[in-house]
Design a protein around this ligand. Structure first.
Ligand code: FAD
Length: 440
């Protein structure tokens, strides 16, 4: 094992990983292929470029994204510090001036005495660790091929087709009912029944909705068998009722009747605190998803933990491949960080950069390392990446459904969230203090 760390990719995750290691006195060689080799979406040569929105997400006290940011602040995250230094007014979100934000990160990394910055595409994975692969959703084709050889091509994916996820507490159970089709097996699905009028209004709104255009590099995506719900609606007004919204075999126990159409929701986690809308992968904009999916009976007041999406995304099947230090089980010393691990979003990616950085530092210094507890935001993400079922594993952003909070069945949502937040921040401090590579 080398006594320095190699980080591939100076995006959100790679920048954070390099920074955390360098600040702990570890020498880092950081590779970034831009501007020599470009990606289809990055426009600059800056580190941690924000490729789309300039928002680092909700900063409203006690929201799940806020807790994650607070935990990162505790570790003096370069990404969140630069976000705070270069913020622009955006209500409850932490939005940033994207150029100032990524320039500050580039300057800090380039001038750090422990970091050697190389502008070069890495085409082969270094044989000797520790190395962190943080090449993101648009990992270069050469390196993707190498990753595929390393982990097995069945464990590397090239796009997301995500259905929205809602908070179980925000569903109206007077309207939705549990049943399995033809009563086969357990009544595992939650069903939202639609009358004929509600169905056709829903289809009309879907067809007229505002969509995010497919980027040219994403066009191939839906040939692979995952049609967006709105594309199905455009094929014919009855297509959905014969497809993902088919009602056959789903008798509503409250009325004894079969509805005209049924939206099915599937449990997202073991404690049933979140449900996903089956077959609702979509390119609708987020506000349109909120507006139109709230027309579904039972979801009028639904709180969306995650919106649906379909986009190009290179990521691995982390539950099969990684241990809780983000290290390949089959190749100790090789770590993954960022979106490529199966988290979704700028801050989540940075968070996985931070943890991969700490894991690699622990490896170099020969210290033992346990992951943060699962009732912290950082620990909840690690838990999701490494303990979810590997079948159908999909990228995820931070949300309360991921926190492991057994004894917090408090009815008042605000109070509950406050308690989860306070607990998480206490626990992350404790974890850091008990950690052999803590620096403060
Ligand atoms: C089109 C698009 C829009 C998105 N919009 C949003 C959004 O609005 N909000 C949000 O939160 N998230 C968004 N995401 C997700 C976003 O990419 C991630 O949240 C975040 O950028 C991922 O961080 P990362 O560090 O994993 O990857 P990146 O930030 O992409 O960083 C990876 C870096 O690795 C470099 N690289 C790749 N291959 C190599 C190689 N072989 N050698 C050396 N360097 C290499 C790349 O040039 C890049 O700089 C979007 C993603 C895409 C593709």
């Amino acid at each position: 094992m080398k006594d320095y760390l190699t980080v591939i990719g100076a995006g959100l995750a790679g920048s954070e990983a390099a920074w955390q290691a360098a600040e702990r006195g570890v020498k880092v060689v950081l590779y970034e292929m831009r501007p020599v080799t470009r990606t289809p979406v990055h426009k600059t040569e800056n580190c941690a470029e924000l490729v789309c929105s300039n928002s680092l997400g909700n900063n409203l006290p006690h929201s799940a994204p806020f807790i994650l940011k607070e935990e990162l602040r505790h570790f003096k995250s370069i990404v969140i510090a630069s976000g705070d230094n270069n913020s622009v007014p955006a209500g409850s979100a932490l939005a940033v001036d994207r150029d100032l934000f990524s320039k500050e990160i580039t300057e800090k990394l380039s001038s750090h005495p422990n970091i050697t910055f190389k502008r070069e595409e890495v085409k082969e994975i270094p044989q000797e660790g520790p190395v962190i692969i943080a090449t993101g959703p648009l990992t270069s084709p050469h390196l993707s091929e190498q990753i595929s050889k390393l982990v097995g091509q069945e464990y590397l994916y090239f796009y997301d087709a995500l259905s929205p996820i809602v908070n179980a507490d925000s569903i109206d159970y007077d309207k939705a009912f549990f049943a399995s089709r033809y009563d086969k097996g357990d009544a595992d699905y939650l069903n939202c029944p639609m009358s004929e009028a509600q169905y056709y209004e829903f289809v009309r709104e879907l067809k007229a909705s505002e969509k995010v255009p497919f980027a040219t590099f994403e066009k191939a995506v839906y040939f692979e068998g995952c049609m967006p719900i709105e594309v199905l609606a455009e094929r014919g007004d009855r297509t959905l009722a014969f497809g993902p919204l088919k009602p056959v075999g789903l008798t509503n126990p409250k009325t004894g009747k079969i509805a005209h159409a049924v939206v099915q929701l599937r449990r997202e986690n073991r404690d049933s605190s979140a449900y996903n809308l089956v077959g609702f992968q979509t390119k609708l904009t987020y506000p349109e998803q909120k507006r139109i999916f709230s027309m579904i009976p039972g979801l009028e007041n639904a709180e969306f933990f995650r919106f649906g999406a379909i986009h190009r995304n290179t990521y691995i099947n982390s539950p099969s491949l990684l241990n809780n230090q983000l290290e390949l089980k089959s190749h100790p010393g090789i770590y993954f960080a960022g979106q490529v691990t199966g988290v979704e979003g700028y801050v989540e990616s940075s968070a996985m950069g931070l943890l991969a950085g700490l894991s690699a530092v622990a490896k170099i210094s020969g210290s033992s390392y346990g992951p943060p507890p699962a009732d912290t935001a950082l620990g909840a993400l690690i838990n999701y990446l490494t303990k979810s079922g590997s079948k159908g594993f999909q990228p995820m952003n931070i949300n309360f459904g991921l926190f492991w909070v057994q004894d917090m069945r408090i009815r008042d949502k605000k109070l509950r969230n406050q308690k989860i937040a306070m607990n998480a921040l206490d626990k992350i401090k404790e974890w850091d203090e008990g950690h052999p590579i803590a620096v403060h």
